[in-house]
Design a protein around this ligand. Structure first.
Ligand code: FAD
Ligand code: 2HG
Ligand code: ZN
Length: 483
């Protein structure tokens, strides 16, 4: 195997050091001195089954001090490291490219403190998002981020990817909610910036560098985050619409009628819902078929007020022909069931051989045009159809319409060179022409690294490279990714 330029190959002496350092058997998965391929498999393969690493060593530290000693040793010995959380990332960032050592945060999973007065939580990086949210639910608070992978992803992974998710529209980005981080930087130093202050304008706000850095300049070991009060009333409506133009009107009206209680506005196209129906084999929420669907969620403090506002909104959009049909969840089970038609899309699209994924920001009026143009391109190339011999199952568009963030997904029966050639650089050029972003929320990892120049200027890239060189001069932290 080839190791990173300048970094060294792992030896059994290195492994011995880590075994002594971490003590317990379960803290080291050692594929150097024996065959451990079965145990290493889950760490070497990503959620999309698209990227495959060749690590022979997974380290599972229990404390920040252990992470610090691991990283210092790696830096001193020029050993490359890949931080891994829940391994749900969609750009291959958590998978080693060659045989880098994986440092997993799975065993660092304690909640350190929670202050009910301020809503500020301090927790280890390896806490699972859903577990934390349940903990907060018992204390009348909510985690300000929610996403389909919540049952597996870790807070450290969320912060390192600056995950956006389903309620960014309401609670804002992690750049605003994260108040502090504890990070082990590549020379092994622990940077303790676990501030619990909302305001702190003393110098550069360097913690922001680690939010969305995808493990390229350090390993996040703890986070401090502001959590809102849990809403007492949650309503969900699922709407059928005849065009993307009407979906925009529905969004405009949702902001007007529901302003302060609007907590999600999600878009799903007709094919996304047909594929969920086909794969999950469940009955759709609405009777007829519609070209587009929107999911609206409201979260507020007074059920009666919220019901009234939402009913007025639905009356308005129905009587003005903005929506064709709609259904309102009557209880918590129906809330979950309606959400499953949106949250369940990525998993259902993974049902065939593979999925080409583009996670883009575009000004709202043109958001869906990219899907139409891509579909037309792949059709003209004769690559889409129900015929099993054709590679493409469909061209699907859905996403966080409230944030102008589209997920263009192309599920395929197999990863295929011809499909790839039609999609890239076509999609990236399309985005560049509209000054959009080629990675709105999933990050760069290995998948989008070569395309960063479509969304960032030369000068910005040079500044990013300077930062990487400054903090990680030996290039040991998540090499080959990002920039
Ligand atoms: P991993 O996949 O383990 O790692 C992701 C990156 O962060 C890698 O580069 C890794 O090296 C780095 N990293 C991990 N932990 C650390 C750490 N402690 N310190 C430094 N670097 C670290 N994303 C969204 O933004 N919005 C969504 O709505 C959304 N929905 C999703 C739904 C599904 C079904 C799936 C599978 C993914 C979804 N994602 C979404 C992708 C998203 O990035 C992740 O789910 C999540 O934020 C990653 O967390 P993780 O712990 O799994 O990180
Ligand atoms: C979502 O919003 C996630 O469901 C995943 O960001 C999107 O798989 C995708 O493309
Ligand atoms: Zn998303």
């Amino acid at each position: 195997l080839i190791t990173f330029m300048g970094t060294r190959k792992l030896s059994s002496n290195h492994v011995q050091y880590f075994k002594q350092l971490l003590g317990s058997e379960s803290a080291v998965i050692d594929g150097v001195s024996k065959d451990a391929s079965a145990d290493l498999e889950a760490f070497n393969c990503d959620w999309l089954r698209k990227y495959r690493g060749h690590t022979k060593l997974v380290l599972r530290p229990k404390s920040t001090e252990e992470v610090s000693k691991i990283v210092k040793y790696c830096n001193d010995n020029m050993l490359a490291v890949v931080p891994q959380g829940g391994n749900t990332g969609l750009v291959g960032g958590s998978i080693p490219v060659f045989d880098e050592i994986i440092v997993s945060t799975a065993r660092m999973n304690s909640i350190r403190s929670f202050d009910e007065m301020s809503g500020i939580l301090v927790a280890d990086a390896g806490c699972i998002l859903e577990v934390v949210d349940q903990y907060l639910a018992g204390r009348s608070h909510i985690f300000p981020l929610d996403l389909g992978a919540k049952g597996s992803c870790h807070l450290g992974g969320n912060v390192s990817t600056n995950a956006g998710g389903l309620r960014l529209l309401r609670y804002g980005s992690l750049h605003g909610n994260v108040l502090g981080v504890e990070v082990v930087v590549p020379d092994g130093t622990i940077v303790d910036e676990l501030s619990t202050l909302r305001k702190n304008n003393t110098g550069y706000d360097l913690k922001q560098l680690f939010i969305g850095a995808e493990g390229t300049i350090g390993i996040i070991t703890g986070v401090s985050i502001l959590c809102p009060q849990r809403p007492q009333a949650v309503n969900v409506a699922y709407l059928g619409l005849e065009s993307f133009g009407k979906a925009q009107l529905a969004f405009r009206e949702a902001k007007r009628h529901l302003s302060e209680i609007l907590s999600a506005f999600e878009l799903m196209d007709g094919i996304s819902q047909e594929l969920v129906e086909r794969v999950a084999k469940k009955k759709p929420p609405l009777e007829g078929k519609h070209p587009f669907y929107c999911l609206i969620e409201t979260s507020g403090s007074n059920k009666e007020h919220d019901d009234e506002k939402l009913e007025k909104y639905l009356e308005f959009v129905l009587s003005n022909d903005i929506i064709s049909d709609g259904v309102l969840a009557q209880d918590e089970t129906q809330v979950q069931s309606l959400w499953s038609w949106r949250e369940g899309i990525p998993e259902c699209l993974n049902h065939w051989g593979g999925v080409y994924k583009y996670d883009v920001s575009i000004p709202l009026p043109e958001l869906y045009q990219l899907v139409d143009d891509t579909r037309e391109r792949l059709s003209s190339a004769g690559l889409i159809g129900d015929d099993e011999s054709l590679p493409v199952v469909g061209v699907v568009g859905y996403g966080h319409m409230g944030d102008s963030n589209l997920h263009l997904n192309v599920p395929t029966r197999r990863f295929d060179r011809d499909v790839e050639k039609e999609l890239e650089p076509f999609v990236y050029e399309w985005i560049q022409k509209r000054n959009g972003s080629i990675s709105a929320e999933h990050g760069l990892g290995i998948a989008k690294k070569p395309f960063i120049g479509y969304s960032r200027s030369r000068k910005m890239l040079d500044m990013m490279k300077d930062i990487k060189k400054l903090y990680d001069p030996n290039g040991i932290m998540n090499p080959y990714k990002y920039i």
